[in-house]
Design a protein. Structure first.
Lengths: 385, 202
């Protein structure tokens, strides 16, 4: 309880008129982080539930832990593999940790710093939204991304993607994906191609991701085996490689009810449908890739589980969620197969559908109103007969 | 005299055609990847708006209301062709970079907007000043946007290397997104964002 006492002791300094008032947002954030705040709303009805925003966010963080652990190990594993050395579990893990910790520090310091400054200017509380975004961002980057680029991308995503719209909960597109999209278009040579997916890769080693191989016209026979792609011992962004870790996270999110099963399921159905369509056409090698390979390659599964289900940017109505997920899956495979410029379609597909989500909701609601009017008119007719 | 001065200064900030009236966005996205074309484009539009404002204001009492748009277009088109020929004669390389966008000044919303909103109802001298002011307001935004886009996108200003080689050796890379049109839109948005609170105060 020492911490509580300490916080209570220094609290008066941060209140209106106190000498450290200019840092009250930072204090507020720390207090909320460690303890349930004692603030109550003063008017209006208010539903209290155990699942508040803090808990929701923490559930997502817990669901990401398997991806984080495996990704960290895989950074080391891929590095030593490319140099032809064998390393122990802990060597792999330690190497990965040295690579990924700076990314996390930059992500959180820059992102939370900007959030706190904005909260201060707007006289609002800092909220937990950035904890998940900041945890996701390093997981969707190549491990070797320069830190200043990451800082720039985080600043761009938080300011342009989130704060100009009014902060957490008001953003149109997913800020983590926006950070990645910013880097992807700003610094293509650092964010795409074969050479960047393995940390400090040996020059002779190929290091192409499965999607990169397909993009360059390689057939299925040149890909790693299904089992390898499923377990995740392949090069790629930090968190996306292991499908097992992602599935564990997905189960956790679905069991706790944090993520929508409608979005997840329909995303897979959409990708499968598009994949099967391309299989049926089958004029290029990219089209001939079996549809289930798309689940295993690149960031498809990571995006479907952790990004598409973001409750802020996804569609809100139940029917809308199904349409939204289906279109994400279909667009992702379409971009992967049909577009020679961008090997990874998932990022662009989710960003595109983020923008369309409100429109989908609008149409669903309008349709519902029309159907009910029709039903009402029919019932009216019957009763007059 | 003071009123005349305000015709020039107001469009620079308070009634800026790009950031307040949201006119002429299309060309602001297209020609601002480099500073030099942006400067030339800004000047060309200033000349066209000012002169067409003057001409239309002189003609305003004789133009039948029903065909006024056609008359305005003919005047603007004639001026744009003149500007285009001058650019081709004296700054050929920039003229090539601007390509169709010089011709498209004819359809620039600022030109038509000022003719309709100002020149049709005001005396020639005021109309001329209004044209100068609005053209400069447009040029100002273009130059600001182009400054940031060229500096961070290519590391140069007016074609001269500004960012030192040492920084590149250190790992700095030019930002590719800056060269793409979306970034111009974002920069214009940020300018509006910074400008808005000032307006609200007034």
């Amino acid at each position: 309880m020492g911490l509580r006492k300490f916080l209570d002791n220094i609290k008066p300094n941060f209140e209106e008129g106190g000498k450290l008032h200019c840092f009250h947002s930072l204090f507020d954030a720390m207090e909320t982080f460690f303890y349930v705040p004692n603030k109550v709303t003063l008017n209006g009805a208010h539903v209290r539930d155990a699942v508040d925003m803090k808990r929701n966010m923490i559930y997502v963080l817990i669901a990401l832990i398997p991806c984080f652990l495996f990704g960290t190990w895989n950074i080391g594993y891929q590095h030593f593999l490319s140099h032809g050395e064998t390393a122990t579990l802990w060597q792999n893990f330690g190497y990965g940790l040295l690579k990924i910790l700076p990314l996390y520090i930059v992500s959180y310091v820059v992102g939370l710093g900007i959030e706190i400054i904005f909260a201060q200017i707007r006289k609002e509380e800092v909220n937990e939204g950035y904890f998940v975004t900041g945890f996701l961002i390093p997981l969707i980057m190549p491990a070797d991304v320069p830190l200043w680029m990451l800082a720039l991308a985080v600043a761009f995503a938080v300011i342009i993607g989130k704060e100009v719209f009014g902060g957490s909960g008001m953003n149109v597109v997913n800020p983590a994906l926006l950070a990645r999209a910013f880097l992807f278009f700003s610094y293509p040579s650092q964010m795409s191609g074969d050479g960047i997916w393995i940390a400090e890769k040996a020059d002779a080693y190929s290091g192409a991701t499965p999607l990169g191989t397909i993009l360059n016209g390689g057939g299925v026979d040149q890909l790693p085996s299904v089992m390898e792609m499923f377990i995740g011992t392949i090069p790629g962004s930090v968190g996306e490689t292991s499908k097992i870790a992602i599935l564990i996270g997905a189960c956790f999110l679905l069991l706790t009810g944090v993520a929508s099963f409608r979005i997840m399921l329909s995303t897979f159905v959409g990708a499968a449908a598009m994949g099967l369509l391309f299989n049926a056409i089958g004029t290029t090698t990219a089209m001939e890739v079996p549809f289930y390979y798309h689940f295993l390659m690149g960031g498809f599964m990571f995006g479907a589980v952790f990004m598409a289900t973001d409750p802020v940017t996804a569609a809100q109505t139940n029917t809308g969620k199904i349409i939204y997920g289906f279109l994400i899956g279909a667009m992702a495979v379409l971009i992967r197969v049909a577009n020679p410029g961008y090997p990874e379609g998932m990022m662009l597909a989710i960003l595109l559908l983020n923008v369309f989500a409100p429109l989908i909701d609008y149409c669903v609601v309008a349709m519902n109103i029309r159907n009910r009017k029709k039903r009402w008119a029919k019932a009216e007719e019957r009763s007059t007969k | 005299m003071n009123k005349n001065l305000e015709l020039i200064t107001a469009p620079l900030r308070k009634t800026n055609p790009v950031t307040v009236l949201i006119l002429g966005i299309c060309s602001a996205l297209a020609v601002t990847a480099k500073l030099k074309p942006a400067l030339v484009m800004g000047l060309s539009v200033t000349v066209v708006v000012a002169l067409s404002n003057l001409v239309i204001s002189l003609l305003r009492k004789g133009i039948p209301a029903k065909i006024r748009i056609i008359v305005q277009l003919i005047v603007v088109a004639a001026l744009v062709i003149l500007v285009d020929q001058v650019l081709k004669a004296f700054v050929y390389d920039v003229s090539k970079q601007l390509s169709v966008y010089v011709g498209l000044i004819i359809t620039n919303c600022i030109v038509m907007g000022r003719l309709e909103a100002f020149a049709m109802a005001n005396k020639p001298w005021e109309s001329f000043l209004d044209g100068i002011g609005n053209g400069l307001g447009y040029a100002l935004i273009l130059v600001v946007v182009a400054f940031f886009r060229e500096l961070f996108g290519s590391g140069t200003l007016l074609g001269f290397q500004v960012i030192p080689q040492g920084l590149y050796d250190f790992g700095y890379v030019n930002n590719g997104l800056m060269i793409l049109p979306p970034m111009a839109l974002i920069i214009i948005g940020v300018i509006m964002w910074l400008q808005k609170p000032e307006e609200d105060k007034k």
